[in-house]
Ligand binder design. Structure first.
Ligand code: NAD
Ligand code: AHE
Ligand code: ZN
Ligand code: ZN
Length: 369
């Protein structure tokens, strides 16, 4: 079949709307008609050329929701008409990682996914016979995408796909990092660096966990109002202080926070986030994604004296088994999504969504197909 997709032809170039050929789903694969997709900073990161795994030409997008159009041979858990969220972290249930009980990082299709290919080593997308690469196994910036069965979460048929698409990455990542990775407890103190879709979701998660004090940090003060709405108790701009921000936070909190979260992708801020943690027990969770060649550093003494550095991917959430519950938590009012959708637009305007993000004017733009 043919459909419309936004193609990334090369690093730093605007996406171009093209008619692409989409091959039928093969064994174990599913054809999804996309209904909506968010635009996450990671899409911009890969488009910038900073992603060591970034390959072009590709169809980006990994925060989508859609409806199963057709299934390939041997697919048993999904059928045409099912409502689904594509997962960049699959869940096969059988690999060493899935069985470990220690991680959500299923590796069943990760290797080919990182090469922009389906598990059989080929692409389902082409233009004039030339392959176009998949992205994160999801390629949601396309009217139709082919996704492995094990990388689709079946969600409640009544859930509004133009909202729950954001559970395909940003909101789940933030809430999950608090509840699964950090395991924040009632009464604890949290610092959140970066107040985009991820940081605001961390704040939402921290409030759900019952954190007492939630310190929100950003250099764009227009983000503070929404941070407060989600539960931030203090909003600070590092530019307003002479002292390093980690020192400011340590002074504000009688020795440091119990947990901090880096939601920017800046290795200098990752250091600040670690060093604002309380001696003896404070944990810092890295969520932001940093470019090729970037490395983190701190004095080892920071760790010797009990601070802990951790990372979190997709909030530690196992997509097939746990994401349907997140969707239901949205439907029953436990998770907020609507305020995150600051803009909606058709696929043709997708480059404006990237502009809004870079200008700091959006939290999430949702592309409606
Ligand atoms: P975003 O662009 O919407 O938000 C980033 C925020 O950081 C903005 O509010 C910006 O003003 C702020 N910021 C930038 N530089 C700053 C600085 N020096 N000090 C303080 N604040 C600063 O991005 P997003 O979509 O929320 O994504 C955030 C990061 O999380 C990105 O690196 C993204 O790639 C990553 N991410 C990781 C995962 C994961 O599973 N680990 C999932 C989704 C996104
Ligand atoms: N490809 C990059 C790393 C990108 C990255 O860390 N991705 C996160 C999700 S970001 C979603 O917005 C992730 O889940 N990582 C785990 C994984 O298996 O990719 C690089 O540096 O090579
Ligand atoms: Zn993302
Ligand atoms: Zn697995």
């Amino acid at each position: 079949m043919k459909c419309k997709a936004a193609v990334a032809w090369g690093p730093g170039q605007p996406l171009k709307i093209e008619e692409v050929d989409v091959q039928d789903p093969q064994a174990g694969e599913v054809l999804v008609r996309m209904v909506a997709t968010g635009v996450c900073h990671t899409d911009a990161f890969t488009l910038s050329g900073e992603d060591p795994e970034g390959i072009f030409p590709a169809i980006l997008g990994h925060e989508g929701a859609g409806i199963v159009e057709a299934v390939g041979e041997g697919v048993t858990t999904l059928k045409a008409g099912d409502h689904v969220i594509p997962l960049y972290t699959a869940e096969c249930g059988e690999c060493k990682f899935c069985k470990s009980g220690k991680t959500n990082l299923c590796q069943a299709v990760r290797e080919t996914q990182g090469k922009g290919l389906m598990p059989d080593g080929t692409s389902r997308f082409s233009i004039n016979g030339e392959p176009i690469f998949h992205y994160m196994g999801t390629s949601t910036f396309s009217e139709y995408s082919v996704v492995p069965e094990i990388a689709l979460a079946k969600v409640h048929v009544d859930a509004p796909l133009e909202k729950v698409c954001l559970l395909g990455c940003g909101i789940t990542t933030g809430i999950g990092a608090v509840l699964n990775t950090a395991k924040v407890e009632k009464g604890e103190t949290v610092a959140v660096f970066g107040l985009g879709g991820i940081g605001l979701s961390v704040i939402q998660g921290a409030r759900m966990a019952g954190a007492d004090r939630i310190i929100a940090i950003d250099i764009n003060e227009s983000k503070f109002e929404m941070a407060k709405q989600f539960g931030a108790t203090d909003c600070i701009n590092p530019k307003n202080f002479d002292a390093p921000i980690q020192q400011v936070i340590v002074d504000m909190t009688d020795g440091g926070v119990d947990y901090s979260f880096e939601c920017i992708g800046n290795v200098q801020i990752m250091r600040q986030a670690l060093e604002c943690c309380h001696k003896g027990w404070g944990e810092s969770i890295i969520i932001g994604v940093a470019g090729a060649g970037q490395e983190i550093s701190t004095r080892p003494f920071q760790l010797v004296t009990g601070r802990v550095w951790k990372g979190s991917a997709f909030g530690g959430v196992k997509g097939r088994s746990q994401l349907p519950g997140y969707v239901e938590d949205y439907m029953n009012g436990k998770i907020e999504i609507d305020p995150f959708v600051t803009h909606t637009m058709p696929l043709e305007q997708i480059n404006e969504a990237f502009d809004l993000m870079h200008e700091g004017k959006s939290i999430r733009t949702v592309i409606l197909f």
